[in-house]
Design a binder for this molecule. Structure first.
Ligand SMILES: [Zn+2]
Length: 394
């Protein structure tokens, strides 16, 4: 599972004198033939090798062989594949992704983690806690994958069990001690208190473990499941950084399988995201109308991207727009213009099948965030031209 911690570890591998070959591959069987994709990859690697100086070519050839060997082992079951290799550094790292990936190849010092970081931004990770009075199961969902991270089993005396214990103690031969505790009301009060304290200790421990997990994996949303009473107490134990992350509750058994937990949590997440995305598109429209550091509409947004003003690009899931690119300055446009609005060039612009894909890449390589809208927010954005952006300066 890839988390923020994974990125930090990868980044720490960068050596100023050693290059790393980074591949982001679209391996989704739904988007084309595997053979065609590997052929295109080989051609890109050839072109990259041609651009290198002699001393680097040998290292590159080794890295390329290593990457292709990894690819050979891969059986496409995912949507994306990321590979970082450096033969001279002894680095071979590969991960399958359950989310779509824009193909990209880099040969530079250190693994090129920028795209992975953007993918983590675009697919926020979730913590899930299933909690009852005596047990807790903690999960993390990152980019569509779920992993159970911890299971706690705390021996909390139940009310029922505790009374049985007292009953047994009372029947001990010569059990004076039990006799003192048993007399009805006081005894029950004690077991209630013991039960309550032990439960609170358990919930506190579970909350602390969850907080440690948040710090380690950086999840930004939290879904809870379990008996209502336990959850009420559990939420009170959550530290101030974690408590506001709760977006909803699921109703599954404490023994539910991973996929059942994932499915229920993703439904809560989808509802939450729909509301959040709707709010975001509304804010974009309002701010764009008032000229407050936001633009709406394809050409306006593409011009802002070109001028590197974009802080966050908003697009609609599955949207593609035909358009043009200026051969001189690279400006993307949806509507044809005789002169380029950015550089004034009058060369014939190159037609493009999809400017959205190019726009996403421009945004990511400029360090901007990209958010893809779904559901009603998607429809609203499409009606407004399909692209919009929040700007970092006017
Ligand atoms: Zn131009």
């Amino acid at each position: 599972m890839i988390t923020r911690r994974t990125l930090e570890r990868l980044q720490s591998m960068a050596r100023p004198d050693i290059k790393v070959l980074s591949l982001y591959l679209d391996v989704n069987p739904a988007t084309g033939l595997w053979q065609e994709k590997t052929y295109a990859l080989e051609r890109s690697l050839d072109a990259m090798a041609d651009g290198l100086g002699r001393p680097e070519r040998r290292a590159f050839a080794n890295d390329r062989a290593l990457a292709l060997a990894l690819l050979e082992e891969h059986k496409p079951q995912a949507k994306g594949l990321v590979i970082f290799v450096s033969a001279s550094q002894g680095l071979t790292w590969a991960a399958e992704l359950q989310v779509p990936v824009c193909p990209e190849i880099r040969y530079d010092t250190g693994p090129y983690v920028t795209l992975l970081s953007s993918l983590l931004d675009a697919h926020p990770s979730y913590g899930i806690a299933l909690v009852d009075d005596r047990s807790a199961r903690l999960f993390v969902v990152s980019m569509g994958e779920i992993e159970e991270q911890l299971e706690l089993q705390n021996p909390v005396p139940s009310r029922h069990g505790a009374q049985e214990e007292f009953a047994r103690a009372a029947s001990w031969p010569g059990g004076g001690r039990a006799h003192r505790s048993v007399p009805a009301r006081g005894g029950v009060g004690n077991t209630e208190r013991r039960h309550g304290n032990a439960r609170q200790e358990h919930l506190k421990e579970a909350a602390q473990e969850l907080e440690a997990l948040r710090q380690e994996t950086g999840f930004r949303r939290l879904v809870l499941g379990g008996p209502v009473e336990a959850l009420v107490h559990f939420e009170k134990e959550l530290p101030p950084q974690t408590a506001p992350l709760v977006i909803g509750r699921i109703s599954v058994s404490m023994r539910a399988g991973d996929q059942e937990v994932l499915k229920a949590a993703m439904q809560v997440a989808a509802d939450y995201e729909a509301v959040r995305e709707g709010g975001k598109v509304q804010e974009l429209m309002t701010r764009a109308a008032k000229g407050q550091m936001a633009v709406l509409g394809a050409d306006q947004t593409l011009l802002s991207l070109h001028r590197k003003k974009v802080f966050e690009l908003l697009t609609a899931r599955g949207l593609s727009l035909k358009g043009y690119q200026c051969p001189t300055c690279g400006l993307l446009r949806v509507t044809h213009a005789i002169g380029c609005p950015a550089c004034g060039s009058t060369l014939q612009p190159e037609p493009l099948e999809d400017v959205v894909e190019h726009a996403v890449r421009q945004a990511l390589s400029a360090g901007a965030r990209v958010e893809v809208m779904n559901g009603p927010a998607r429809e609203q954005l499409i009606q407004a031209g399909g692209l919009g952006a929040f700007l970092s300066y006017a």
